[in-house]
Design a protein around this ligand. Sequence first.
Ligand SMILES: [Fe+2]
Length: 502
Amino acid sequence: MFGRRQLIAGAAALAASRFLMAARVTAADRAPRLAADPFALGVASGEPAPDGFVLWTRAVGLDGDARLGYEIAADEGFRSIVRSGRVDAPAARGGAAHLEVRGLPPGRPFFYRFHLGDAVSRTGRTATMATDPRRLRLALTSCQHWEHGWFSAYRDMIAEGVEAVLQVGDYIYEKSFGSGPDVRAFGAPDPLTLDDYRARHALYRTDSDLAAAHAAMPFVVAFDDHEVENDYVGDHGGVTADRTAFLRRRTAAWQAYFEHMPLRPSALRSGGRLQLYRRFHWGRLATVHVLDTRQYRSVQPCSDTKRGGQVVRGCAAVDDPDATVLGAGQEAWLDAGLAREEAGWSLIAQQTLFARLALPQGPDARWSDMWDGYEAARRRAIASLTRPTVRNAVVLGGDVHSFWLNDILADFGDPRSKVVASEVVTSCLASRSGPAALFDGAAARNPHVRYHDNAHAGYALLDLVPQRLDVDLRAVSSLTDPAARCVSLERRSIEAGRPGFA
Ligand SMILES: [Fe+2]
């Protein structure tokens, strides 16, 4: 969301950079320097489970299909190998390998690497979940714009010993948003084809902080809009008006996303769809319910004259009972999962701001691309969050390029209604702040907004124990300094049994 339309100046000046060379190698050209290392895009792990995980790499610069060797060891020196074998890296998947590993013991670290001929990938580290952990440390992140800043915050996550990274969208950006100093340029037009999107994802993986993060920690990912194009929902382009052209673009973008993420092979479904809503069970401590708020969503209300997200006023369609954010199938899945919740903490990892946000434009104004544009769908979601089986529901989100700690009310139409859940929204990892015209004064206009910061990029560090969830909003000191560090911007807690922020 939140487009700015100035073009990046000086992009051509960076055209000879190593980043552009890395992008090219996965398209038509072959840069010999990188073709020599088929594992130039690194390694990754994801989908953690008590008995396994998914391991990923993408072999680049090859002709045709490949089979990669792999080793998984209990030690970093690979003296104690627990699994080894071969995995397909098909040309039709851009050389990507998605290896689903099961049957390992719980609560252990593992080290892994891939082979092809004489080439060996870097070593990755991951872990199986403990069966019944007493504590859990997660990082919540979104919105990493290549041109807007270095990805320094990932170094902080590694240093903090994060067990899993929840990346809830805008992993890549398809376009430039210029209005200030940029640290580097895409060096390529906006992607449209599969090769274009592959090159954009490959460019991202040449960032040493992002590559190191993937090698160090499992990622749990779900896309938002910029993995395809700004503010699209379902079959409706946010930018591309022609439906056929949009669907062609979306198919290419989704496949490239799958090819670069440590997702299960089964996540890629027929017709090019991606199955991204799913659950992660950290024993009785926490369940993370990951949602997909893009793929099944109905079009933004009152968007017939202008596409995508916008401030709408007096728009009756925000109350349309047939409008949906999750789609009927995912709504039922979420409700059924919460109805049989056994964990003390129910974390709902989704893309955007869930709470009501009164805007300066007036009491009838809504930003149509957030849950505020889908009032009935939000009411249904709150009904699921307040099932008697749910002890502590915390909605996690991103997208809005600013930090928010919100109380979720039983009924946002009644400001005095009781607090039933909590919301943590992370700022962008690397991008510009959210729009001041919408967010300035937000806490004064919205009593359920307990903390708001629209001045910093960073991520949210979440520490869970049965009695408490501690939130540490980690702000990156500078987006333009590659040696930037993170500092604590705000620390707040949610006590078990007492929803909302003190
Ligand atoms: Fe974003």
